[in-house]
Every structure is written in C-alpha cells, then in structure tokens.
Design a protein around this ligand. Sequence first.
Ligand code: PEP
Ligand code: MG
Length: 334
Amino acid sequence: DQFKAEITRDSFCQATTSDGVDVRVMGNIELPEEVVAVGDNGGDGIGLYRTEFQYLGRLDFPTEADLFDKYQDVVEVMAGKPVTIRTLDINGDKALNNQFSADEANPALGLRAIRYCLKKPQVFKDQLRAILRAAAFGNTRILFPMISTYFEICEATRILDEAAESLEKDGLPYNRDIEIGAMIEVPSAVIMADVIAENVDFFSIGTNDLIQYALAIDRGNEQVAHLFQPLDPAIIRMLKHVADVAREKDIKIFMCGEMAGTPHHIPLLLGIGMDELSMNPQTIPDIKRVIRSLNVADTRSFMKEVLKQTTAKSTFELIKDTYGDILAEQLYSG
Ligand code: PEP
Ligand code: MG
C-alpha cells in the first residue's frame, strides 16, 4: 500500500528519464467527466479526447452550442495543460444509430471518421467551430482521425479555416492559432507521412487501427485477437519510419493507441523518440514510473537490436532480456 501511495504521489511530477529527457504522459478520454481521472492520475494533459460519444444514441446531431459547452468545460478544467480534441471518428467500430448512417458491409473500410465529416461538411463545421471557440479558453489542439490520403488533410484544414472565418464574421471569440495534428493509423498515411507533415504540427499514432489495417486483423474479432501484435516487426518499422519523418520535418510525434499504455512497450517507444504518450488515465502512474527508470541513450541502442528481430515473439523476448528487471511485475500484465 505504501508502494501504491508512492506511485500515486510521484505521478504528479513530470516523467523524466534518468538522462533528463521529459516525456509527457497524457490521458485518453471519451466523456467530458473523465477529465477528473486524468487529473487524479497526474496526467500532463489530454492526448486524445474521443468526441464521438456525444453523437451516439440519438436521432439528430448535437448543436454547436452543445459541443462548445462540453469542450469549454474540459479545456477549463485542464487549466492550461494541452487538450487534444479529435474530430468525429464515427462509424467503423463506433456506429451512429441514426438515419444518416448507411448499412455498410465493411464498416472499418467504409464511411468513417474524416471521410464521414468531409461528406457532411455542415456536421464537421459545427464541430470545428465549437473546438475553435473552446480554444479561446485554454490550451487546445485539434486532431483529425483516419487520414488516409493527403487530400483529406488539405480539405480538413481548409474547412477549419472556413469555420474560423465564419466565427470572425459572427463576432464570436475563438482561437485559430492552435496546433493541428493528423492521426497516423492507416498504412498509406505512414508512407505519405513526409507529405502530410507539411500541413500539420504533430502526428499522433493510433496503433489500434494501424495494427488492424497493416496486419489485416479486425480489431474487434476474437478469432484473430492472438494475431493482433503491436510488436510485429512490420508495425515497429512503421512506427520508426513515422518518428524519423517527424524529426526530419521538425514536428512532434505522439502516440495515443493502446500500445502506449503498456509498460513493456515503453523502452521501445522511447528508443523510437516519442515526445508524448497518451493512454487510459489509470495507467498513467505506472507508465511514468517506467519512464523514470529508463535512459533514452540506452533505449536508442536497444532499438538497433529491436530492428533486427523478425517476429513479435523474439522482440518480446529481447525486451524481457534487456529490461526484465526494470519492468519486473508489470511485464506480463500488459
Ligand atoms: C487508435 O486507433 O489507436 C486510436 C487511438 O483511436 P480509436 O481507438 O478511437 O480508433
Ligand atoms: Mg483509431
């Protein structure tokens, strides 16, 4: 218990590696109320605010005022810490049950996320206006989900500009000077990362979908759950590529997929050079503790060995052999 109390207390301090590198550890939330859990666990901000839940289980769309009200709340509660609001990632595994949602044979490959928003510009613009208005009240970032082609990020930013212009015309307070990010969760976006980087301030890697699309494993299908392997060398090479591009292009690189909240992945993620990790708020204290016990210079040489591996299993064994003592009891819980 005393050990637990210590972890909790430490979680309110920054996570700095033994060689002095700060890594921000953020929380993922779905409901505005969960912002409290991020604070209680010492989160350095919100790395992923999944906004779809305000749209689910109703017959119409929420109004700009409804959305603004919630976003403003979250931004104010976080009191200057970054709040990353992801635009509507509807359909796929989060179905909209109203008349605007079509029956799709293959929803994961269908009209979801940014594709849906670009087809429904009014729905999109209402949300963008709400986000820009909330941004006048605190540290806000905007994140576009499921970018699979350069055109989509161009369109998204163009509509964001239109939303700002319309707020200007309406004389409402807003802030257009916010960081813009692209989720990297489709293999085509990995390949085109250098081009997409020109239009954004940060990448946030969504491993839940990236693994699904790269390894052709339905993220919700139990039959193939054993093949859903974050440590598959194909995934590791993609992460490395995206991080290298981000560094080259001088933009930030974050991860908000579940891979970021698993203790035994942390040496690898630091070795790749992640600036920020976002996860289920309850896991923040553990991840901060792991980060403090690591040395980034070591994790970089460790990455060289990781890149030689040919299977997820041998990669896991390598992690165990190299960092087993540090990870100790957490190694098998993730
Ligand atoms: C992801 O795909 O990794 C992600 C963080 O987003 P979601 O789980 O909401 O698709
Ligand atoms: Mg996703």
